[in-house]
Design a protein around this ligand. Structure first.
Ligand code: AMP
Ligand code: GLY
Length: 427
C-alpha cells in the first residue's frame, strides 16, 4: 500500500519509523517531511496546510491511506477533503478536530458533560475580559486564546498588569490573528502534569502509555514555554489507580460526549491532564499525537501501528490489540540556541544512527546549496533511548545526545530528573 504522512517534524519522523515496520506498506511519503527523514520516506515539498496540494498529490499518486498528523490541516478539514476523494485517513474530521481548534468549544463540552476541568469564563471583547479580571482580582490568572496559536496561546499572568497585557495582545493587537478574537480565562490549577495519548474510533478508547513533557526552555522548569524540550514515558505520577479514574471520568466521557454531539472523534486524542489535589482535571485536549510525547510513546508500542490505525479508521478498535512494552523511554530534544524566542538556522547537522533501542527523530533540517544537511528550525532533533528502567533510558539518551553534531545546539540537562525522583520516593 502507498501511505502518506502529512507533517514534517519529530513527531512525523517517529510515526514514519514505526510505520516502516509494517509489511503491508510499500511506499511511504512525507508531506513535506524534512531532509533528516529522507532515508525513511519520500519527502514531497507540499506544505502541511496546503490542503488542495495534499489532495491533488494523493489523487495523482493513488495514495491508499493517509495519516494527518499536525493540528492545522486537521482543523482545516484535510481529512474531510481526502475522504471525499476516497482516501481513508487516520485523524479526525474538522467537526471533531474542533476539540483542539476551539478552547471555548472544549470548555463548554466539558461543562455540559461534567468532565473535570478548571472553572472558566469566555469573553468576546477585551473590555469585558479586563473588567472581569479587575473584579475577580485573583492571580495567577490563566488566559487562553480560543484558537490555534502554535502552542503559545496560554498566558499564566501573575498580576493584573500582566493579565491585561495578555488580553490586549491577544484581543486588540491580534498577535495570534483571529485565534485571539475570543479568550477563555480560567482557574489556576496545581499538580503534576501528565500527557495521555489515546487511540479512539469514536466508540472505544485505548490509551497509550502515559508520558511527561518538559515544556520550559531551561533546566529546573525555567525560561519560556516551548513546543517541548524532552519527554519520558511512562509518567511515574500516573498510577494505575489514576489511570482507572481518568478512564471513567475523563476518557470515556469525552469520547461519548463527542459522539453525542454528532462529532465522533477518530484518531489520536491527546489528554493534557493535571493531577490536582481534587483529582485529575483536563488542562487541554489536542486532536493529534503530541510532540515530543510521540517520540517516547511510539518506540514503546509493541503492536503494529498501521494495523491499529486502520482499525481506528474502520471502527474496529474494540477487537484490535494495542500493546505496549513495560520498558521506559526518554527523549532529549536538541534545539537551536535562542529557541523559542529568536534563533539562527543553517548549521551543519549530523546525527547518530539508530540501534534497536535508540532512535533519532529529525524535526527541522534541510539540504543546503552545497548538499549538506543543515538545521532548519527551532527544535532540530530528538534522541530517544528505550531501556528496562527509566534511569537507564535517561542515561542512554544523554550519552546519545552527545553524538548529535550541531554547533549552535542546546538541550536541557534535566529531562527525566523529576520523574526519577518520584520513582525513588515510591520505592
Ligand atoms: P497549553 O499550551 O494549553 O499546553 O498550556 C501550556 C501550559 O500552561 C500547560 O502545560 C500548563 O502547564 C499551563 N496551564 C494551562 N492551563 C492551566 C491552568 N488552568 N492552571 C495552571 N496551569 C495551566
Ligand atoms: N507537547 C505538547 C503538544 O504536542 O501539544
Amino acid at each position: 500500500m502507498k501511505v502518506m504522512v502529512v507533517g514534517g517534524g519529530g513527531r512525523e519522523h517517529a510515526i514514519i519509523k514505526k510505520l516502516k515496520e509494517s509489511r503491508e506498506i510499500s511506499v511511504l511519503y512525507a508531506l513535506p517531511g524534512n531532509a533528516g527523514m529522507a532515508g525513511d520516506a519520500v519527502c514531497v515539498p507540499i506544505g502541511a496546510k496546503d490542503i488542495d496540494g495534499i489532495v491533488a498529490f494523493a489523487q495523482k499518486e493513488g495514495i491508499d491511506y493517509a495519516v494527518v498528523a499536525p493540528d492545522d490541516p486537521l482543523v482545516l478539514g484535510a481529512v474531510d477533503r481526502l475522504n471525499e476523494v476516497g482516501v481513508p485517513c487516520f485523524g479526525p474530521n474538522a467537526a471533531a478536530a474542533v476539540i483542539e481548534g476551539s478552547k471555548i468549544f472544549s470548555k463548554n463540552l466539558m461543562k455540559k458533560y461534567g468532565i473535570p476541568t478548571a472553572s472558566y469564563e469566555t469573553f468576546e471583547s477585551a473590555g469585558a475580559a479586563i473588567a472581569y479580571l479587575k473584579e475577580k482580582n485573583t492571580f495567577p490568572a490563566v488566559i487562553k486564546a480560543d484558537g490555534l496559536a502554535l502552542g503559545k496561546g496560554v498566558t499564566i499572568a501573575g498580576s493584573l498588569e500582566e493579565a491585561v497585557e495578555a488580553v490586549n495582545a491577544m484581543m486588540c493587537d491580534r498577535v495570534f490573528g483571529e485565534s485571539g478574537a475570543k479568550v477563555v480565562i480560567e482557574e489556576f490549577l496545581t499538580g503534576p502534569e501528565v500527557s495521555v495519548l489515546a487511540f479512539t474510533d469514536g466508540e472505544t478508547v485505548k490509551p497509550m502509555v502515559s508520558s511527561m513533557d518538559h515544556k520550559r526552555a531551561r533546566d529546573g522548569d525555567e525560561g519560556p514555554n516551548t513546543g517541548g524540550m524532552g519527554t519520558v514515558a511512562p509518567n511515574p505520577f500516573y498510577t494505575e489507580e489514576t489511570a482507572k479514574e481518568c478512564m471513567e471520568k475523563i476518557f470515556l466521557p469525552t469520547v461519548r460526549a463527542m459522539k453525542r454531539e454528532g462529532r465522533p472523534f477518530r484518531g489520536c486524542l491527546y489528554f493534557g491532564l493535571m493531577l490536582t489535589p481534587d483529582g485529575p482535571k483536563v488542562i487541554e485536549y489536542n486532536c493529534r499525537f503530541g510532540d515530543p510525547e510521540t517520540q517516547v510513546v511510539l518506540p514503546l508500542l509493541k503492536s503494529d501501528l498501521f494495523t491499529v490505525m486502520k482499525a481506528v479508521t474502520e471502527g474496529r478498535l474494540a477487537e484490535t490489540d494495542v500493546e505496549f512494552s513495560s520498558d521506559s523511554a526518554c527523549c532529549v530534544v536538541v534545539a537551536s540556541s535562542g529557541y523559542p524566542t529568536s534563533y539562527q538556522t543553517g548549521y551543519p547537522l549530523t546525527v547518530p544512527k539508530d540501534t534497536t533501542r535508540d532512535f533519532t527523530f529529525v524535526a527541522g533540517a534541510k539540504t543546503d546549496g552545497e548538499g549538506r544537511t543543515v538545521s532548519a528550525g527551532g527544535r532540530v532533533v530528538g534522541v530517544t533511548s528505550v531501556r528496562q528502567t527509566l534511569a537507564e533510558a535517561v542515561s542512554a539518551a544523554y550519552e546519545r545526545v552527545k553524538k548529535v553534531g550541531l554547533e549552535n545546539g542546546y538541550y536541557r540537562k534535566d529531562v527525566g530528573k523529576r520523574a526519577l525522583e518520584v520513582g525513588k520516593n515510591k520505592g
